[in-house]
Design a protein around this ligand. Structure first.
Ligand code: URP
Ligand code: ZN
Ligand code: ZN
Ligand code: ZN
Length: 492
C-alpha cells in the first residue's frame, strides 16, 4: 500500500508532464498516467504542480557569530524551511580555531541529532589548515562530507590566506572534493572599516562602503585563477554583483571548473532603500557581501537564466532586530556562550542578543538575514510568474543543480523512480502575503514584508511522509536524516 499522487503537473529540470506518482515507503516506485489506485491512498493533484523538494545548500542554523548565535536552529529552521518547500539543506560546520575537523563535526552533529526535522548535510569550513588538518581532510569522505569552505573575508575570525586556499584546493582536487569560497578581500575590508568608523560613519549604510563590489570581484577572480591552476572544482557562494559575475563568466569561458550561486536577497534589496532605511532599520539588511543596486539585480537574473550561476540559496543566518531581552548574560555564562537552543523557550518574551549589538557601530551588527522559508515562493513569484524562469528552470536552480553539484543526485533533486519521495504539491493559484506576523522563522522581521506571492506549497512530503498540510505541521524532531554525500560530483 502506497500513496498515489494523481493527475498533477510533474515538473523536473527537463520535463513538465501531467501524470501520477506512486510512493511506496520512502521512495518513488512508479511514474505514469492513469495509474491504478487500488489499495493506495490517493492525493488528488489536479490543477497543482508536483515539484521535487527544494534544496538550499547555504544556511547557518545555530551558528555562533558576531557576538551571539543565529536564531533559528535545527528545529525552528527546519520547520520554517519545510513550510516554504525546502526539504533538504546543507549547513556549515566550522572548525574551531586550534581544534580539529572532527571537533567541529561533533559540535554540529549535537546541534542536529534528535532535533532535525528535514534532511540535511554538512560542508566543512576550514579556519586553521595545520599539517595534521591537511591529513584529516580525506577522513571527511567517510562521513559523507565532500565540500570544504574557506573564507577569504572576516579577518581575525575565519579568514585564511592565499597559500591556505591553494593548498586546500590541491588536497580537495586529489580527493574528489569541492571547494567553496566566501569571496571578499578581507584585508581591504579590515582596513576600510576602522577608517569609516573613525570618520564617524557608523550607521548601517556604511557597511556597504566597507565592502564595495570591487573587493568581491577581486577575491572571486583570485579564487577562480587558483581553481584553474589546481583543477579543483570551485563553488563561489553568495555572488552579488557585476564584478564577480564578470569574473566567473570569464573563468567558465576559459574552462576553469567554477560554479556559483547567488541568494534571494541579492535580487531585491538595495543599499539606498534598505541599508539606508530610516533610524536603525538598515541593520536588518546587513549581510556580507552587502546587498547592492538595481543594476546588479538585473545582472544576477541574467546570470541565473544563462547558466553562469547554478543555484539560488539563502545564506539564512538570522538575528533578532530587537534582541537582548531577558537574562541572556546569565544564560550565556552558564552555557559558555555556545548553547542557546533553550533560551527563548523559557519565556516567550526572551530574546538572545541580535542586531541591536551594532547601534553606533555598523561593524558590530551581526551579519546575516532570514530567508530559508521565503526562498521558493519569492523566486516563483518574481522568476516564474514574471516569465524570467520556466517551471523547469526553477526546479533546476532550486533543487536539481544543488543535488548534482553536492553529490546527492538522484536521491535528492528530482522526481524519478528510486528517488526519495520529497515532493511539493504546489498550488500555482494560492495567494500568500509574506510577513513576520505569520512566518515560521524565529525572527522579528521579514526581508520581503508585505510581498504577495501567487503560488506556494500546500502540501510537503519528505521521504513519503507528509510534513506540511496547509498551515498544519506534521513533522517531528529526529525524523530528519543526515545525508552522506558522494565525492566526484560533476561540474555543471
Ligand atoms: O552575512 C552573512 N553572510 N552571514 C553569514 C555568514 C556568511 O558569510 O555567509
Ligand atoms: Zn500498487
Ligand atoms: Zn559568507
Ligand atoms: Zn553564509
Amino acid at each position: 500500500m502506497g500513496t498515489l499522487f494523481k493527475n498533477g503537473t510533474i515538473v523536473t529540470a527537463s520535463d513538465e508532464v501531467v501524470g501520477d506518482i506512486l510512493v511506496e515507503g520512502e521512495v518513488i516506485t512508479l511514474i505514469g498516467q492513469s495509474l491504478d489506485s487500488d489499495g493506495h491512498d490517493v492525493v488528488d493533484c489536479t490543477g497543482k504542480y508536483i515539484l521535487p523538494g527544494g534544496i538550499d545548500v547555504h544556511t547557518h542554523l545555530d551558528l555562533p557569530f558576531g557576538g551571539t548565535i543565529s536564531n533559528d536552529d535545527f528545529d525552528t529552521g527546519h520547520k520554517a524551511a519545510a513550510f516554504g518547500g525546502t526539504t533538504t539543506h546543507i549547513d556549515f560546520v566550522i572548525q574551531p580555531i586550534g581544534g580539529s575537523l572532527a571537533d567541529g563535526l561533533k559540535t554540529w552533529r549535537q546541534k542536529a541529532d534528535g532535533i532535525a526535522q528535514i534532511d540535511y548535510g554538512f560542508h566543512m569550513a576550514i579556519t586553521d589548515l595545520r599539517d595534521e588538518i591537511m591529513d584529516e581532510i580525506p577522513s571527511l569522505l567517510e562521513e559523507g562530507i565532500t565540500s570544504l569552505k574557506l573564507f577569504m573575508a572576516y579577518k581575525n575570525v575565519y579568514m585564511i590566506d592565499d597559500s591556505t586556499l591553494y593548498r586546500a584546493m590541491q588536497k580537495a582536487a586529489d580527493n574528489g572534493m569541492l571547494v567553496m569560497v566566501h569571496a571578499e578581500n578581507g584585508d581591504v575590508e579590515a582596513l576600510l572599516t576602522p577608517q569609516l568608523i573613525a570618520e564617524g560613519k557608523t550607521d548601517p549604510i556604511y557597511h556597504a562602503s566597507s565592502r564595495p563590489p570591487e573587493i568581491e570581484g577581486e577575491a572571486t577572480n583570485r579564487a577562480i585563477v587558483m581553481s584553474g591552476m589546481t583543477g579543483c572544482p570551485l563553488y563561489i557562494v553568495h555572488m552579488t554583483c557585476e564584478e564577480s559575475i564578470d569574473a566567473i563568466r570569464r573563468g567558465r569561458s576559459q574552462g576553469a571548473p567554477v560554479m556559483g550561486e547567488t541568494c534571494v536577497q541579492y535580487f531585491f534589496l538595495t543599499v539606498d532603500e534598505h541599508l539606508g532605511a530610516p533610524g536603525y532599520e538598515g541593520s536588518k539588511f546587513v549581510c556580507s557581501p552587502p546587498i547592492r543596486s538595481e543594476k546588479d539585480h538585473a545582472i544576477l537574473w541574467k546570470a541565473v537564466q544563462d547558466g553562469t550561476l547554478q543555484h539560488i540559496s539563502t545564506d539564512h543566518c538570522d538575528f533578532w532586530y530587537e534582541g537582548g531581552v531577558g537574562p541572556w548574560k546569565e544564560w550565556m555564562e552558564a552555557h559558555n556562550g555556545t548553547d542557546w537552543v533553550g533560551y527563548e523557550k523559557q519565556d516567550p518574551s526572551y530574546r538572545r542578543p541580535g542586531k541591536e549589538l551594532g547601534k553606533g557601530n555598523f561593524s558590530k551588527i551581526p551579519n546575516g538575514m532570514p530567508g530559508i522559508e521565503d526562498r521558493m515562493m519569492v523566486i516563483w513569484e518574481h522568476g516564474v510568474n514574471t516569465g524570467r524562469l520556466s517551471p523547469t528552470k526553477f526546479v533546476e536552480l532550486m533543487s536539481t543543480n544543488p543535488a548534482k553539484i553536492f553529490g546527492m543526485y538522484p536521491k535528492k533533486g528530482t522526481i524519478a523512480i528510486g528517488s526519495d519521495a520529497d515532493l511539493l504539491i504546489w498550488d500555482p493559484e494560492a495567494k500568500h502575503t509574506i510577513s513576520a506576523e505569520t512566518h515560521h522563522m524565529r525572527v522579528d522581521y521579514n526581508c520581503y514584508e508585505g510581498m504577495t506571492v501567487t503560488g506556494k506549497p500546500v502540501m510537503v512530503y519528505q521521504r513519503g511522509k507528509k510534513l506540511v498540510d496547509g498551515d498544519e505541521w506534521l513533522g517531528q524532531n529526529g525524523a530528519g536524516e543526515f545525508i552522506k554525500r558522494k565525492p566526484h560530483a560533476p561540474v555543471l
